[in-house]
Design a protein around this ligand. Structure first.
Ligand code: HGA
Length: 609
């Protein structure tokens, strides 16, 4: 999603801005731009190419500046085009006075556009963002802080803003409401960014702005104003981030690298887990788990499927009822709050706009027992929650989530065990057995990764298909959903996931030779039922591709293709089956020649609604 970087310094900030944009690139974007002071004027460079191309353009113009703002855009309003790329400029008299970058969506942009057009402003873009630039200019009387404060009062929706004004060359103003923004503190220089990662190497001193905050940055001072416009102190966090973490190494794509990092990522996520203890989820977790009698999981996309898998685990082990809801639905519907609910949010970035809003909504409804499972310790969701478990997947660059998903599953399994323990549902023997199996996961995943050559052989057969069906039962049903999502995200093949028992209630009508049916066949209590479902497909001429656990007695034939998985892994089996489906999606996408790491229209860290 969109990225913001801004700097006010006494040295040339162009490398800081471009490096910051590069660090945010992995989130996905369709255009980028930079604006700086050149002499006494504001000048900008924008591009619909990659940041590297923008950097070449900047270099060819020999720009150097001590203050500037930069942006990667993921279009929401107006096509991805140079004239819609940020920064946006404004100046009533035709002379540019204000430059601005924005993340988020301004919901009342139409009304403001109409008013500002009547006031004489000429719009050059179709974005909601340009409205904010003109609004600030219309309120500007020589003090950009005051103009931004006055403008924010009139904005509805979500925004993170970074603003500079031609007549105040050593000043940078930011504002946050609903979209992430941090201030980075340096010595004789200060920074703004949508993510502290963008400032790695420049500063580790970070202020996380809160909703309603406006921040005024000069060379030697950073002053935050709260939603009431009053000066306030916000805590300064020391955040250590390593810029080099995202190197591709010997892999062809980040997605492939991240699939193969899973043994390490799952191992790291379990680092320090010697015993099953509530404190793993934060101080006071035992009391929270004692006081809940249901769990509400809120998430989006792949994290939602992790939540669906956790429902099977928590209900099976802890006997606590669980509901799982898509965050963007929950936040807007009337629901029945129960303060004895554990509200569990799951997000790779911890900044997912809908999930964060759903968490805040749940809190507003009086549900204060909150827990976030997240890959970024400093994220908004972690800060908003009473309890947290940080997965240690490391930076995930591929837009299609892989190691973030399996590390979430790891944390969720641990949670199921902990809640079961607190509720007195877990015998010491069972606890020791499950913990041993959990800690063995890195080895078990490595064995699954060794199946890659067989998956590659299948992938070439899928490359010319346009539809695919994924079947699973029980706790493997969410894995079928995730497998279908992975395939459609990166190969653009239309794919659907179904619980195998539902086949006869509709999707069987779609089964022909042209529709491969991918089946997850664990060696569990539902195996015979699943075999009947497979027969239903076979009898109608459907072609089955089965990932079958050892000893399932499912054998290959003309229309049944089987990859044999290692031994069945009990309750943890979904983690292993998820990995094979990631490999399948990846190699099918490679066979079709798509842009695996940056699939069309999608972005990482979904920070807009
Ligand atoms: N609405 C703005 C910014 C979009 C955004 O934040 N995307 O992540 C635009 O469309 O330019």
């Amino acid at each position: 999603m969109c990225g913001i970087v801004g700097a006010v310094a006494q040295r040339n900030v162009i490398p800081v801005l471009l490096e910051g944009l590069k660090r945010l690139e992995y989130r996905g974007y369709d255009s980028c731009g930079i604006a700086v002071f050149q002499g006494a004027e504001l000048q900008r460079v924008r591009s619909t190419e990659r940041v590297a191309v923008l950097a070449e353009q900047v270099q060819s113009q020999q720009l150097e500046a001590v203050t500037g703002i930069a942006h990667t855009r993921w279009a929401t309003h107006g096509a991805p085009a140079t004239h819609n790329a940020h920064p946006h400029f404004s100046g009533h008299t035709g002379h540019t006075r204000i430059a601005l970058v924005h993340n988020g969506i301004i919901e009342n942009h139409e009304a403001l556009r109409e008013r500002l057009t009547k006031a004489g402003y000429v719009f050059e873009s179709q974005t909601d963002t340009e409205v904010v630039a003109h609004l600030i200019d219309s309120l500007y009387q020589g003090d950009v802080l005051q103009a931004v404060k006055a403008a924010c009062v009139q904005l509805h929706g979500a925004y993170a803003l970074a603003v500079i004004a031609k007549d105040e060359p050593h000043r940078l103003v930011g504002a946050r409401n609903g979209s992430p923004l941090v201030a980075g503190l340096g010595e004789g220089e200060n920074f703004l960014a949508s993510d502290a990662l963008a400032l790695a190497g420049e500063t580790s001193q970070i202020i996380y702005l809160e909703d309603g905050d406006v921040v005024d940055l000069h060379l030697d001072s950073v002053q935050v104003y709260d939603a009431q416009g009053e000066p306030c102190q916000r805590e300064v966090h020391t955040v250590h981030l390593h810029a080099g973490e995202a190197d591709l190494g010997p892999y062809r794509h980040y997605m492939q690298k991240e699939i193969f990092e899973q043994p390490r990522a799952v191992g790291d996520t379990l680092q320090g887990v010697e015993v099953v203890s509530p404190e793993l989820f934060g101080a006071g977790a035992k009391e929270v788990f004692q006081n809940i009698d249901q769990v509400l999981i809120l998430a989006c996309g792949t994290s939602f499927y992790a939540g669906l898998t956790a429902k099977y685990w928590i209900e099976s082990l802890a006997k606590v009822p669980v509901s799982v809801e898509i965050a963007s639905e929950y936040r807007y519907r009337d629901s029945v709050p129960n303060p004895r609910t554990l509200v569990l949010t799951i997000s790779q970035s911890g900044e997912t706009a809908d999930t964060l809003a759903a968490l805040k909504h749940a809190r507003k409804l009086g549900m204060e027992n909150t827990l976030t499972i997240c890959n970024v310790a400093s994220s908004a969701m972690v800060r908003e929650s009473k309890l947290a478990y940080i997965t240690r997947a490391g930076v995930e660059v591929g837009v299609a989530s892989t190691k973030a998903f399996t590390t979430q599953l790891t944390a969720l399994f641990l949670l199921a065990m902990v809640v079961a323990q607190v509720k007195g549902q877990l015998s010491a023997e069972q606890e020791a057995d499950l913990l041993r199996k959990l800690r063995h996961m890195p080895v078990a995943i490595s064995a699954v990764l060794a199946l890659e050559p067989q998956v590659i052989a299948w992938a070439s057969r899928f490359a010319n298909k346009e539809h695919a069906l994924f079947l699973g039962r029980g706790m493997h049903y969410p894995i079928a959903l995730e497998g279908a999502l992975k395939l459609k995200e990166i190969s653009y093949i239309h794919a659907e996931g179904y619980p195998a028992g539902e086949l006869k209630h509709g999707p069987l009508a779609l089964v022909t030779q042209a529709m491969p049916v991918i089946t997850i066949a664990p060696h569990d209590a539902l195996l015979e039922k699943l075999k009947s479902n497979m027969q239903e497909v076979h009898a109608r001429g459907g072609e089955l591709y089965v990932f079958a656990d050892a000893n399932t007695q499912i054998n290959s034939s003309d229309t049944i293709h089987v990859i044999h998985m290692p031994e069945h892994y009990g309750l943890l089996s979904p983690v292993l089956h998820a990995v094979t489906l990631q490999l399948l999606a990846y190699h099918v996408a490679c066979a079709r020649g798509t842009d695996v790491d940056k699939p069309r229209n999608l972005a990482k860290s979904v920070t807009v609604e």
